[in-house]
Design a protein around this ligand. Structure first.
Ligand code: 13P
Length: 343
């Protein structure tokens, strides 16, 4: 248990956070389509190798979540990608679920699958170097949604996954993502996030998960993407931290946010406001990031699949990671957006 707690704390060390690079092959296709890159194994490797070899990135990145293909992949020179991370002191993690599937008898909702054979898969991932893992449940807000049924089955699966992960000596990153799609108000998002987190922590307790050895990966409490008069960063900070104060036990070492389709600047500004507010109310957990799109949008655009763009893409990644890490301790300023970086 001590090892799990130490790993969890290392992942949320002050000034650092996590890169979510665990897009499934179908999800990375969407990102590659947007920059005109073919979704081949070689391109996925070249892209991720470029990110992981960014000089100095370990200053801001404590861990990287990998996809099944990536944890087994080697760089162009034959070095395993996991070794490239480890040699810089970056902790490798793994996506443990196999995706969200339609939920029986509730056609517009989904449940995350991947429990069958999970013990054996996690044991193999441990051998391959993973020290933490992630399971993403998806909760949508809409007419009559989410149903208590959807919240309960997803939270139950998160509990099953978290217990199996700890059993294998791997820190589970428990992720109930409340989607920002829709025109809902921030109050409605708060209500859904609160109900979800209460159910998740009740399932974790029932399934004997030790809270010091987990991380919570959470959504910010936001107005829906299509809402009119979307809430300001200060409101986002207050609703988000207050929601956690009502539902997340203090024993949890850290809460890391997903970016969830927010623009990269928006995700940074909100994280900064959250940390400033959390310091004021003396929130008990580290509040950090585990961004996918929020960290990768800029380097993807700069790279565009061309070897000659690797340094420009690494500079873009370094810059975004630096700003996000500053926001993670409440020290981001908009002027930092215009700084240039040499890598
Ligand atoms: P985004 O930050 O792009 O939402 O991805 C993070 C993630 O890992 C979702 O599971």
């Amino acid at each position: 248990m001590q090892d799990l707690a130490d790993t969890a704390r290392a992942l949320v060390a002050p000034g650092k956070g996590i890169l979510a690079a665990d897009e499934s092959t179908t999800t990375i296709k969407k990102r590659f389509d947007a920059i005109g890159v073919d979704n081949t194994e070689a391109n996925r490797r070249a892209y991720r190798e470029m990110l992981f070899r960014t000089p100095g990135i370990a200053k801001f990145i404590s861990g990287v979540i990998l996809y099944d293909e990536t944890i087994r992949q080697k760089a162009a020179d034959g070095t395993p990608l996991v070794k490239i991370l480890r040699d810089q002191g970056i902790l490798p993690g793994i996506k443990a679920d196999i995706g969200a599937k339609p939920l029986a008898f509730s056609p517009n909702e989904v449940v995350t699958e991947g429990l069958d054979g999970l013990r054996e898969r996690l044991a193999e991932y441990r051998e391959l170097g993973a020290v933490f893992s992630k399971w993403r449940a998806v909760i949508a807000i809409g007419d009559g949604m989410p149903t208590p049924y959807c919240i309960e089955v997803n939270a139950h699966a998160l509990g099953r996954y978290a217990a199996l992960s700890q059993e294998q000596g791997i820190v589970p990153m428990v992720e109930p993502e409340v989607l920002m799609d829709g025109g809902h108000t921030i109050e409605r998002c708060y209500e859904v996030e609160l109900a979800t987190l209460r159910e998740v922590f009740s399932q974790l307790a029932a399934q004997r998960v030790q809270l010091e050895g987990i991380l919570l990966k959470a959504s910010m409490v936001l107005s829906g993407k299509d809402a009119r008069n979307r809430a300001s960063p200060d409101e986002v900070a207050r609703y988000t931290v207050d929601c956690f104060r009502e539902s997340v036990p203090a024993a949890v070492p850290g809460i890391v946010f997903l970016s969830g389709g927010q623009g990269d600047e928006e995700a940074t500004v909100n994280l900064d406001a959250i940390n400033r507010y959390a310091a004021k109310v003396r929130a008990p957990w580290e509040l950090s990031f585990s961004y996918g799109r929020g960290l990768q949008a800029a380097p993807q655009k700069a790279w565009s699949g061309k070897a000659e763009n690797v340094s420009a893409a690494q500079r873009a990644f370094f810059h975004r990671a630096k700003l996000t890490a500053a926001a993670r301790v409440g020290q981001y300023t908009p002027e930092m957006e215009r700084e240039t970086v040499a890598v």
